[in-house]
Design a protein around this ligand. Structure first.
Ligand SMILES: *Cc1c(COP(=O)(O)O)cnc(C)c1O
Length: 349
């Protein structure tokens, strides 16, 4: 494989900075399973405080946060309402069906966002034949929706529907802090209507590993039991939790640069022949674009960019995804856009 100089495949492609590595190397540690790891405890307290919840638990990944939350909230035969693009539906190996025995009901939202009316219409009537609707799940930001931000009013309206029908509300907050930085709405305000939610540390925050799941003290106690059962309980986890503490203290506000860089990339490629940005509006750190009119598939564009040392995600046959993050500078993002231009122009010639 040619060497990748500029990696815009995902915001998971960051390496810990020297300062983050220092924080990890010098972290105070203890046995996490016994509640004796001070750094992990600190991370959980910080996350609970940030999200306005009673407690939080450190987990190896965002996927485990979603699956444990679903396990706690849902019984076999329960149904989960989520957008058709949701990570829990498309990218977790069928986890809701495998672990909780729950089905999912995909909603046809716009940019990964659905309305309170759509959520209400998807709630099943209580009858013997139907699964029991149990949960509404939203993704902030909506990844496959284009890194789009759920407006606070929409969240509150969906939350009111959940409450009126006695449903659980869960947020996949893999990129919640991108939404916070871009919108100026606080994490607490976004989190308020949710029974459970989580933050990914290994995305825009730049940590090598980890996620934090928050909710009521009782919810987190149950989450701890699942963490133990599934083998997610760790020992001297402070070594990695320290990266999370460092990131929450240092890497949040800077995500504004990632958002500017995504906009820069979109501006640079928007007028290329055959390239269509989808959706047109760039809200956070992602740019999806469609290459169907360039005469190439996404796989072909991907391949030709790799030859130029640039990696961009191919999401489906004609759709590509760029994700900016703290390991790419604006200069590199501009160079990546130039590489896309070269590839598209060469194909057009
Ligand atoms: C990455 C991602 C996840 C899963 O997080 P991991 O930490 O990679 O398991 C879940 N939801 C969304 C929206 C994501 O982008």
């Amino acid at each position: 494989m040619p060497s990748i100089e500029i990696d815009l495949y995902s915001d998971t492609q960051t390496r810990p900075t020297p300062a983050m590595r220092d924080a990890m190397a010098s972290a105070e540690v203890g046995d996490e399973q016994r509640g004796e790891d001070p750094t992990t405890n600190k991370l959980c307290e910080m996350a609970a405080e940030l999200l306005g919840k009673e407690a939080a638990v450190f987990l190896p990944s965002g996927t485990m946060c979603n699956q444990i939350a679903i396990l706690i909230h849902c019984r076999p035969g329960d149904d989960i309402i989520a957008d058709k693009t949701a990570h829990i539906i498309n990218s977790e190996g069928g986890g809701p069906a495998v672990f909780a025995g729950a089905s999912t009901r995909p909603i046809d939202g716009v940019r990964g966002i659905f309305s309170a009316e759509q959520a209400e219409a998807a709630i099943r009537k209580r009858r013997r034949h139907a699964p029991r609707t149990r949960m509404i799940e939203i993704e902030q930001t909506a990844n496959s929706g284009g890194g789009s931000i759920w407006p606070l009013e929409t969240i509150q309206a969906v939350g009111a529907v959940a409450k009126a029908h006695d449903l659980v509300l869960h947020m996949d907050g893999a990129r919640l802090l991108n939404a916070v930085v871009a919108s100026g709405v606080s994490a607490r305000d976004y989190a308020e209507p949710f029974d459970s939610l989580w933050l990914d540390l290994s995305k825009g925050l730049g940590c090598p590993v980890g996620a934090v799941l928050a909710g009521s003290a009782d919810f987190v106690e149950q989450a701890w039991q699942w963490k133990q059962r599934m083998g997610g309980a760790m020992r001297q986890s402070g070594s990695i939790a320290a990266a999370g503490v460092y990131a929450l203290e240092n890497n949040v506000d800077r995500m504004a640069e990632d958002h500017e860089n995504a906009q820069l990339f979109a501006d640079r490629i928007s007028n290329l022949p055959g390239v269509r940005i989808d959706p047109e509006k760039i809200e956070t750190n992602m740019v999806f674009f469609d290459v169907s009119q360039t005469g190439m598939t996404a796989a072909e564009v991907h391949e030709r960019l790799l030859e130029r040392g640039v990696r961009i995600g191919e999401n489906d046959r004609y759709r590509m995804r760029v994700v900016t993050h703290l390991d790419v500078t604006s200069d590199q993002v501009a160079r990546a856009a130039e590489a896309v231009r070269d590839v598209v122009m060469e194909a057009a010639a």
